[in-house]
Ligand binder design. Structure first.
Ligand SMILES: [Zn+2]
Ligand SMILES: [Zn+2]
Length: 132
Protein backbone atom coordinates (compact mmCIF):
# COMPACT_ATOMS: atom_id res chain seq x y z
CA UNK A 1 0.00 0.00 0.00
CA UNK A 2 1.57 3.20 -1.07
CA UNK A 3 0.17 6.48 -0.07
CA UNK A 4 -0.02 9.38 -2.41
CA UNK A 5 0.55 12.05 0.09
CA UNK A 6 0.99 15.23 -1.83
CA UNK A 7 1.81 18.17 0.32
CA UNK A 8 -0.78 20.63 -0.77
CA UNK A 9 -0.86 22.45 2.49
CA UNK A 10 1.81 25.01 1.82
CA UNK A 11 1.01 25.50 -1.82
CA UNK A 12 -2.65 26.13 -1.18
CA UNK A 13 -1.67 29.40 0.42
CA UNK A 14 -0.62 30.84 -2.90
CA UNK A 15 -3.27 32.13 -5.25
CA UNK A 16 -3.94 34.70 -7.89
CA UNK A 17 -6.09 37.54 -6.69
CA UNK A 18 -9.44 37.35 -8.47
CA UNK A 19 -9.91 41.07 -8.11
CA UNK A 20 -6.70 42.72 -9.25
CA UNK A 21 -4.75 39.77 -10.60
CA UNK A 22 -1.80 40.05 -8.28
CA UNK A 23 0.03 36.91 -7.37
CA UNK A 24 -0.45 36.31 -3.69
CA UNK A 25 2.09 34.17 -1.97
CA UNK A 26 2.16 32.56 1.39
CA UNK A 27 3.43 34.05 4.56
CA UNK A 28 6.06 36.54 3.68
CA UNK A 29 6.04 38.33 6.96
CA UNK A 30 5.04 35.92 9.63
CA UNK A 31 1.44 35.60 8.61
CA UNK A 32 0.05 32.15 9.11
CA UNK A 33 -2.98 32.50 6.95
CA UNK A 34 -2.46 34.67 3.95
CA UNK A 35 -6.00 34.67 2.74
CA UNK A 36 -6.35 38.06 1.18
CA UNK A 37 -4.58 40.10 -1.45
CA UNK A 38 -2.05 42.59 -0.04
CA UNK A 39 -2.67 44.96 -2.95
CA UNK A 40 -6.43 45.37 -2.97
CA UNK A 41 -7.27 43.45 0.24
CA UNK A 42 -9.91 41.34 -1.44
CA UNK A 43 -10.22 37.78 -0.28
CA UNK A 44 -11.97 34.67 -1.46
CA UNK A 45 -14.55 32.62 0.35
CA UNK A 46 -12.65 29.38 0.65
CA UNK A 47 -12.76 28.72 4.39
CA UNK A 48 -15.57 27.77 6.70
CA UNK A 49 -13.18 28.27 9.55
CA UNK A 50 -9.89 30.04 9.11
CA UNK A 51 -7.53 27.94 7.06
CA UNK A 52 -9.70 24.88 6.52
CA UNK A 53 -10.47 25.57 2.82
CA UNK A 54 -13.76 23.76 3.24
CA UNK A 55 -16.11 26.29 1.73
CA UNK A 56 -17.69 25.43 -1.56
CA UNK A 57 -18.76 29.02 -2.18
CA UNK A 58 -15.52 30.41 -3.65
CA UNK A 59 -17.10 33.84 -4.01
CA UNK A 60 -14.97 36.94 -3.90
CA UNK A 61 -14.90 38.61 -0.52
CA UNK A 62 -14.90 42.38 -0.44
CA UNK A 63 -13.06 44.22 2.31
CA UNK A 64 -15.80 46.27 3.92
CA UNK A 65 -14.14 47.63 7.00
CA UNK A 66 -11.50 47.65 9.67
CA UNK A 67 -12.03 46.22 13.09
CA UNK A 68 -9.60 47.35 15.74
CA UNK A 69 -9.57 45.01 18.66
CA UNK A 70 -9.10 46.15 22.21
CA UNK A 71 -5.39 45.48 22.13
CA UNK A 72 -4.96 47.62 19.04
CA UNK A 73 -4.67 44.77 16.59
CA UNK A 74 -6.21 45.50 13.23
CA UNK A 75 -8.48 43.07 11.50
CA UNK A 76 -10.11 43.27 8.13
CA UNK A 77 -13.80 42.62 7.78
CA UNK A 78 -14.57 40.72 4.61
CA UNK A 79 -17.98 40.15 3.11
CA UNK A 80 -18.61 37.54 0.47
CA UNK A 81 -20.25 39.18 -2.54
CA UNK A 82 -21.81 35.88 -3.49
CA UNK A 83 -23.42 34.62 -0.29
CA UNK A 84 -23.05 37.50 2.13
CA UNK A 85 -20.85 35.65 4.58
CA UNK A 86 -18.92 38.03 6.80
CA UNK A 87 -15.66 37.28 8.49
CA UNK A 88 -12.82 39.06 10.23
CA UNK A 89 -9.29 38.39 9.12
CA UNK A 90 -6.08 39.53 10.71
CA UNK A 91 -4.16 41.94 8.55
CA UNK A 92 -0.71 41.00 7.37
CA UNK A 93 2.51 42.93 7.59
CA UNK A 94 2.71 43.40 3.84
CA UNK A 95 -0.85 44.55 3.31
CA UNK A 96 -1.12 47.83 1.46
CA UNK A 97 -1.18 50.50 4.16
CA UNK A 98 -2.84 52.86 1.74
CA UNK A 99 -5.73 50.48 1.14
CA UNK A 100 -6.05 49.76 4.85
CA UNK A 101 -6.21 53.44 5.69
CA UNK A 102 -8.71 54.06 2.92
CA UNK A 103 -10.96 51.44 4.43
CA UNK A 104 -10.47 52.81 7.91
CA UNK A 105 -11.53 56.34 7.01
CA UNK A 106 -14.30 55.35 4.64
CA UNK A 107 -17.13 55.62 7.20
CA UNK A 108 -15.93 59.05 8.20
CA UNK A 109 -15.66 60.19 4.60
CA UNK A 110 -19.07 58.83 3.70
CA UNK A 111 -21.50 59.59 6.51
CA UNK A 112 -24.93 58.01 6.17
CA UNK A 113 -26.71 61.12 5.03
CA UNK A 114 -30.36 60.78 4.11
CA UNK A 115 -30.11 60.34 0.38
CA UNK A 116 -33.42 58.59 0.06
CA UNK A 117 -36.53 60.19 1.49
CA UNK A 118 -39.05 57.93 -0.10
CA UNK A 119 -39.74 55.54 -2.88
CA UNK A 120 -38.44 56.66 -6.20
CA UNK A 121 -37.44 60.00 -4.86
CA UNK A 122 -33.76 60.60 -4.68
CA UNK A 123 -32.11 63.73 -3.52
CA UNK A 124 -28.69 64.39 -4.85
CA UNK A 125 -26.57 66.68 -2.79
CA UNK A 126 -24.81 68.73 -5.37
CA UNK A 127 -23.23 72.03 -4.67
CA UNK A 128 -24.29 73.78 -7.78
CA UNK A 129 -23.09 77.22 -6.90
CA UNK A 130 -25.54 80.02 -7.49
CA UNK A 131 -28.35 77.96 -8.98
CA UNK A 132 -31.65 79.09 -7.53
ZN1 LIG B 1 -5.85 41.97 -5.34
ZN1 LIG C 1 -19.52 33.01 0.01
Amino acid sequence: MSRTDYTYKNESNAFICGKCGSGVFAAQSGTLNRNHCPECLWSRHVDLRTGDRMSVCRGMMEPIGIWVKGDGEWSLIHRCVKCGFIRANRIAGDDSHEELLKLAVKPAAMPPLPVNTGRGEEISYKHSGGAK
